[in-house]
Design a protein around this ligand. Structure first.
Ligand code: FAD
Length: 391
C-alpha cells in the first residue's frame, strides 16, 4: 500500500481548468496534488480551437449582457500572462494569432448593425482591408468584409506543457478514485489505494466529472454533454486563418483556426455551426464533403486537390443548462468538502480559478505546512489531435 499523503487541495482532472487552478494555487502558497487518469490536456482541452474569446461572438445574438464582465476581461488577463507579467508566467507559450477575425462573406448588414451597437464590441473591433486581411483571404476574388476582434488564439499544446511545468512535483497519474471519509466528512481522496488528505477536493474532470460524482455518491451539479463533429484539413499550400465566418443566423457558420502540424504544415480546424446538430448527424465522409463544399463556396481560390481531411467527434462537458449558466462565466458548485465545476471555455480557465480561490477564502482555507511530496507517477502530455488524425 503506497504511503499516505497530505496536501491543502487535491484536484482531479488535468485539463486547462485543473492545470490553471493548480498553478494559481501554488503561486498563492497552497500545496496541491493534481490527479489525471489519462493524458495531460487530452480531454476537451487539446481539442479546443484556442480562441481566447472576449465575448464578441455572443454579442452577435445579444446574449452578452452588461453584467458579464468575466469574459470581456479574459483577453487582457491572458495577454498579461503570455507576456510574463500576469497571474501566471506563460511567457514561453506560443501565440498563434494576435487577433481573431469576423468575416462576413455577403451582405449581412442587419446582423452586423446590432453587433456593432452592442457594448461588448464597442471600441474593440476594426475593419481590415487589403494587406491587413488574414493571409488566407488575401486574394483578388475575395469579397466581403472582415473585422479584427481583440481576441487571441493560443497554441494549446504549448500552453498545457507550460502549465504542466508550473505544476512542479504535484502531478499524479491515478486511475481509481474513491472518497476518503473521516467522521462522515470528505477528508480527501484515495487514489489507486493511496490516501491523499486535503482541506478541499476540487473536481475539474470535464466529461469525467459526472462519473466521479456518482462514485462519491453525489447527485449535484448535473452535467450535460454537447456533441460536436469537427473537421480537420491539412495541406502544404494552406495559409493561416483565424476567423468566424458569419452566416445568416446568430451563430458563426464556420469558425476556422489554423494549427501547426509536427511536419511544419498548417492544419485548418473547422468548428462553428458546421460542427453542431446537422454536422453531428452526418457520417464522417458526409461531414468532410460538407466542409469541402463550404470552402469551395467561401474560398474558391483555395486548391483543395492536395488537401487531406479528417473529422473528430468530441463532447463539450458543461453544467446542465439552467438559468444560472451564462456562456460568459465559469461554473462552480459547492458540496460539503468539495468544489465541482466546468470552465465552459478554455478562455475562462482564469475565471474558474478565481471562483475556486474565492470559495477557499470564504471558507477560511489557507495554506498549511505539509511534508514535501514524494516522487509521484506522472501523467504524460497528450498528442495534438491534428498530429494524431493527420500525421
Ligand atoms: P478537459 O480538458 O476535458 O479536462 C478534463 C481532464 O480530466 C481530462 O484530462 C481527463 O482525462 C481528466 N479526467 C476525467 N475523468 C477523470 C478521473 N476519473 N480521474 C482523473 N482524471 C480524470 N474554449 C475556448 O475558450 N476557446 C475555444 O476556441 C474552444 N474551442 C473548443 C473546440 C472544441 C471542439 C471543444 C470540444 C471545446 C472548445 N472549447 C473552447 C472549450 C474548452 O475546450 C473547454 O471548455 C475546456 O478545455 C474544458 O477544460 P477542462 O479542464 O474543464 O476539461
Amino acid at each position: 500500500m503506497p504511503s499516505e499523503l497530505s496536501t491543502d487541495i487535491v484536484i482531479v482532472g488535468a485539463g486547462v481548468a485543473g492545470l490553471w487552478l493548480n498553478a494559481r494555487l501554488r503561486a498563492l502558497g497552497y500545496s496541491t496534488v493534481l490527479v489525471e487518469n489519462a493524458r495531460l490536456g487530452g480531454g476537451q482541452t487539446f481539442k479546443a480551437q484556442g480562441i481566447i474569446h472576449g465575448g464578441a461572438k455572443y454579442a452577435l445574438h445579444g446574449a452578452l449582457t452588461g453584467a458579464s464582465e468575466a469574459i470581456a476581461d479574459m483577453p487582457r488577463r491572458w495577454r498579461e500572462a503570455l507576456a510574463g507579467d500576469g497571474e501566471l508566467d506563460l511567457s514561453g507559450v506560443r501565440l498563434l494569432s494576435e487577433a481573431h477575425y469576423l468575416w462576413s462573406p455577403g451582405t449581412l448588414a442587419g446582423n452586423l448593425t446590432s453587433f456593432f451597437a452592442s457594448k461588448a464590441v464597442r471600441g474593440r473591433v476594426d475593419q481590415v482591408k487589403g494587406e491587413q486581411l488574414p493571409p488566407a483571404l488575401q486574394d483578388r476574388a475575395f469579397k466581403g468584409k472582415v473585422y479584427r476582434l481583440a481576441e487571441l488564439v493560443v497554441d494549446v499544446p504549448s500552453l498545457v506543457a507550460r502549465l504542466a511545468e508550473l505544476a512542479g512535483d504535484g502531478l499524479l497519474a491515478g486511475e481509481r478514485i474513491e472518497p476518503l471519509n473521516d467522521q462522515g466528512r470528505l477528508a480527501g481522496l484515495i487514489v489507486d489505494g493511496r490516501a491523499i488528505r486535503a482541506q478541499r477536493v476540487v473536481l475539474s474532470a470535464g466529461e469525467g466529472t459526472q462519473a466521479l460524482l456518482t462514485a462519491l455518491g453525489i447527485e449535484q451539479p448535473a452535467m450535460q454533454r454537447r456533441p460536436l463533429h469537427m473537421v480537420l484539413a491539412k495541406g502544404a499550400n494552406l495559409k493561416p486563418l483565424y476567423a468566424h465566418c458569419l452566416g445568416g443566423g446568430p451563430k458563426p457558420r464556420i469558425t476556422v483556426t489554423t494549427h501547426p502540424g509536427a511536419d511544419g504544415q498548417w492544419v485548418w480546424y473547422l468548428g462553428g455551426e458546421i460542427a453542431e446538430a446537422e454536422g453531428v448527424a452526418r457520417e464522417p465522409a458526409q461531414q468532410i464533403a460538407a466542409a469541402q463544399k463550404e470552402i469551395a463556396h467561401l474560398l474558391p481560390w483555395v486548391d483543395q486537390s492536395q488537401m487531406r481531411w479528417a473529422t473528430l467527434r468530441v463532447n463539450r462537458a458543461e453544467p446542465a443548462q439552467s438559468g444560472l449558466v451564462r456562456p460568459d462565466n465559469a461554473f462552480l458548485a459547492d458540496q460539503p468538502g468539495l468544489l465541482v465545476g466546468w470552465p465552459t471555455k478554455l478562455a475562462l480557465a482564469p475565471d474558474f480559478a478565481d471562483r475556486v480561490i474565492g470559495a477557499l477564502q470564504r471558507d477560511g482555507i489557507s495554506p498549511h505546512t505539509h511534508a514535501p511530496l514524494p516522487e509521484l507517477p506522472k501523467p504524460a502530455l497528450a498528442t495534438p489531435v491534428w498530429d494524431e488524425l493527420l500525421p
